[in-house]
Write a protein that binds this ligand. Structure first.
Ligand code: CU
Length: 88
């Protein structure tokens, strides 16, 4: 499956299209299985501010995507951990 994460600048409300995502992981921490990870690799995206990943999630339930990114003009690393639900 393809997962998509949208990165928005909170101050301007605009999509951030030049982020460099340098770390990514997906696991089942929300379901009490923090060591159960899924395969995840960056995928092309043609929508500004949307970062896509090809994922293989082998179990139904709650997953947590963790992304770390560098954004121009921001000194700190940007971290996002959206949750998602895998259903049959
Ligand atoms: Cu699991």
């Amino acid at each position: 499956m393809i997962l998509a994460a949208r990165l928005i600048n909170k101050r301007s409300g605009k999509p951030v299209s030049d982020a460099v995502i340098f770390a990514w992981r997906i696991d089942m921490a929300p379901d009490g299985m923090p060591t159960m990870t899924g395969s995840l690799e960056p995928h092309t995206s043609d929508e500004p501010g949307v970062y896509r990943f090809k994922a293989n999630l082998t179990m139904e339930g709650a997953w947590r995507l963790s992304l770390a990114a560098k954004v121009q003009g921001e000194s700190q690393t940007i971290v996002g951990r959206p949750l998602l639900q895998v259903q049959p």
